[in-house]
Design a protein around this ligand. Structure first.
Ligand SMILES: Nc1ncnc2c1ncn2[C@@H]1O[C@H](COP(=O)(O)OP(=O)(O)O)[C@@H](O)[C@H]1O
Ligand SMILES: [Mg+2]
Length: 338
């Protein structure tokens, strides 16, 4: 069975093809970052228009390996959560294409998509496990009993981890999105140089808070001025350490408290090198396994959506033609919001 995945929930226009397995055939991502960077963040109206301009080219490229057009068996598309205008471009395109080919379509939750990136690996993680989803819009801990069964056991009370990276990078004039720039600068810095705060340190609290870190970073800059050279590297390493330390500790505490044997990372911030190292080291120490997806499958892509869609379509699930897209859709609520 060939399944096309489409992802347009934010500022990436992405399409991918999977075959049985799910096995990845193509993974095409057109990033709009150049369009939005001069605004210092994503402009929703412009993002929707860019999706419209790009989607045909991106989908065509993803479908390239199909032996014949009729070989496509189904289409999966992100229908939430995300920017509603962006989601509507992908979902209406997917429905139109499925209708014209007379094949089924399925709406996928973007967060389930992030978790499904793990299904594309040769050594797929076993169930149950604990998942940490960290991106520009989310910082969540889920107990995953099996594919499709999620229980939220912790979430951010304010900013998401990626949002904290991006906002602090903006204070440092490192461009948008800034997580990857902080990661690069941090590689040459001393993570112990500045003792940034770690919020909610209680071992039994699985929620996160990053607003205090953002304030501490701003106050440090107001007091000491913009860092340059080694000071900039040290600042980035210290910020990154504060975020990665809290995320990795809480993930492991949550896994142990819920009697889970392993953890899966997902979302754009899962590409962060320090977070990956700390999670692996701390899991090894506690006798837990850790699944770290390949970096290109951490940030938004359609391969993960196609993988989740392949799982659901091959079980016979279908979305009705009347289903639209929704900007809010908690992962632990029922599969198909109307
Ligand atoms: N290496 C990295 N280190 C830290 N943050 C990163 C890294 N790579 C990407 N990010 C962050 O990931 C976020 C994007 O996550 P992604 O899942 O692609 O998008 P969305 O938040 O729209 O779902 C951004 O906040 C970005 O700064
Ligand atoms: Mg994402």
């Amino acid at each position: 069975m060939f399944v096309l995945g489409i992802e347009t929930s934010c500022d990436d226009t992405a399409a991918a093809l999977v075959s049985d397995g799910p096995c990845l055939e193509t993974n095409i991502v057109y990033s709009q970052v150049k369009t939005h960077e001069r605004f210092g963040g994503i402009v929703p109206e412009i993002a929707s228009r860019e999706h419209i301009n790009r989607i045909v080219t991106v989908v065509r490229a993803a479908l390239e390996p199909l032996p014949e057009p009729d070989a496509l068996d189904g289409i999966a598309v992100t229908t939430g959560p995300g920017l509603i205008g962006s989601l509507l471009v992908g979902s209406q395109f997917a429905k139109g294409l499925a209708f014209s080919r007379n094949i089924p379509w399925i709406g996928i939750n973007h967060l389930e998509g992030h978790l499904a990136a793990a299904l594309l690996a040769d050594d797929k993680p076993s169930y149950p496990h604990l998942a940490l989803i960290v991106s520009g819009g989310h910082s969540h801990l889920f107990k995953v009993s099996s594919f499709g069964h999620y229980q939220c056991i912790g979430a951010t009370l304010d900013d998401a981890a990626g949002e904290a990276f991006d906002k602090i990078a903006k204070l440092l004039d490192l461009g948008y999105p800034g997580g990857i720039a902080i990661d690069k600068h941090a590689a040459q810095g001393n993570p112990e140089k500045i003792a940034f705060p770690r919020a909610l340190p209680n071992k039994k609290v699985f929620d996160f808070s990053f607003s205090g870190l953002k304030t501490a970073a701003r106050e440090h800059l107001q007091k000491h001025g913009q860092p340059k050279g080694q000071d900039l590297f040290d600042f980035c390493a210290s910020v990154q350490e504060a975020i990665a330390d809290v995320l990795s500790k809480k993930t492991i505490h949550a896994a142990k408290a819920h009697g889970l044997e392993g953890v899966v990372l997902a979302g754009g911030v899962a590409a962060n090198s320090r977070l990956r190292t700390l999670v692996q080291e701390r899991c090894d120490k506690e006798g837990l396994w850790a699944f770290l997806p390949p970096k290109p499958l951490c940030t938004d892509n359609a391969a993960m959506v196609a993988a989740a869609g392949w799982m659901r379509l091959s079980r016979g699930e279908r979305s009705p033609w009347s289903q639209g897209a929704v900007s809010r859709w908690p992962l632990d609520k029922n599969h198909a919001p109307s």
